[in-house]
Design a protein around this ligand. Structure first.
Ligand code: FDA
Length: 306
């Protein structure tokens, strides 16, 4: 096991520490987290989106929430999602909403989670906005897809994320592609066992491009969410070879990461959407960004000693 892998495991475990998450909530954005998190309030997030829009980039707003332990917290998280949709509509910015089902009570009370999702997706539909269900760890994958399919019986403005590291994803893409579901493709950010996920990066990369190709060719809307330039080039090759219309796909990247690449794609007339997280519950998200690139630790240390 090399150092990089050890750091990765450490950060992913730390992301799940309730004590560290509580500390982070109490003391506000620290350790340089504001490079990856747009602020603690909706107003700050809207301002960040405005700046992105001014440079030709769209956004998806995510109100961060890692642990919920009561129905009251779940209802508050849902209310924040609705307030975020209201703010997008009122500010007239180019953005949609991303959310995590566990923060809406998927583990605590699945029936309540479904009820809250119906109200969020319905509000978004009234505003002509789209809602993306982020994908969390493997244990939540099937329940998230089940809920998506229930929602899609009444609404078309909801989609989900496919993680290329999971063996099951090819089957999911076949089924969801046949239903023309709008999918975001990512490599996958959680710690999973070799029983459910490809352990080797090259296998994840190969699967990602295969799945993106399948979905583009099925005619369904495809969000290609990666900072990996090789992956982007390979997706562009499929797009050119298959003459995929520009209205059928977009590139997505995370707030604060590979800014130059984002702007270059805009200059080349590709659609680019930036994932903009905000809120006081920033710690878990921040740790997952460090896990992806342990070199970011130097950046944290610099901020620690500032
Ligand atoms: P890869 O990890 O190979 O990185 C390629 C290059 O990008 C690196 O060499 C580096 O230059 C740069 N880079 C990547 N991560 C960086 C970082 N943290 N800091 C600085 N530079 C970095 N995951 C998930 O499990 N569920 C989800 O719902 C989502 N949602 C999501 C939305 C969007 C818009 C994006 C872009 C990503 C996600 N992810 C996600 C995260 C995803 O699974 C993955 O962990 C990251 O995107 C990193 O993988 P790359 O595809 O960028 O490739």
């Amino acid at each position: 096991m090399n150092m990089e892998h050890l750091f990765k495991v450490f950060f992913l475990r730390f992301a799940r520490s309730r004590m560290a998450n509580r500390w982070a909530k109490r003391y506000g954005l620290r350790l340089g987290a504001s490079r990856f998190v747009a602020g603690e309030t909706i107003e700050q997030a809207v301002e960040a989106v405005r700046l992105l829009n001014n440079s030709g980039r769209m956004a998806t707003l995510d109100y961060l929430g890692e642990f919920v332990s009561s129905e009251a917290e779940v209802r508050e998280a849902a209310a924040m999602c609705i307030r975020t949709l209201d703010a997008i509509h009122t500010a007239d910015i180019q953005a949609n909403l991303s959310l995590k089902l566990t923060s809406l009570g998927l583990d605590l009370n699945p029936a309540l989670c479904q009820e809250l999702m119906e109200s969020i997706v319905s509000t978004a539909s009234d505003y002509g906005l789209f809602v993306r269900i982020d994908m969390e760890d493997y244990s939540h994958c099937q329940p998230a897809i089940d809920l998506l399919r229930i929602l899609r019986q009444s609404y078309s403005n909801v989609g989900i994320v496919i993680q290329a590291y999971l063996y099951r994803s090819e089957e999911d893409v076949k089924v969801l592609g046949a239903e023309q579901v709008n999918l975001r493709f990512v490599k996958g950010a959680y710690q999973e066992s070799a029983q459910v996920a490809f352990p080797l990066k090259e296998d994840v990369d190969a699967n990602m491009i295969k799945l993106i190709g399948m979905h583009l060719i099925s005619g369904s809307y495809t969000a290609i969410a990666t900072h990996d330039e090789q992956m982007i080039l390979e997706a562009q090759r499929i797009i050119a070879n298959e003459a995929i219309p520009v209205s059928q796909y977009e590139f997505q990247m995370l707030y604060g990461i590979c800014e130059e690449l984002q702007l270059r794609l805009v200059r080349d007339e590709f659609r680019v959407r930036v994932y903009v997280p905000f809120g006081v519950d920033w710690f878990g998200y921040f740790m997952r960004r460090l896990a992806e690139r342990p070199a970011n630790i130097w950046f944290v240390l610099k901020n620690f000693f500032k």
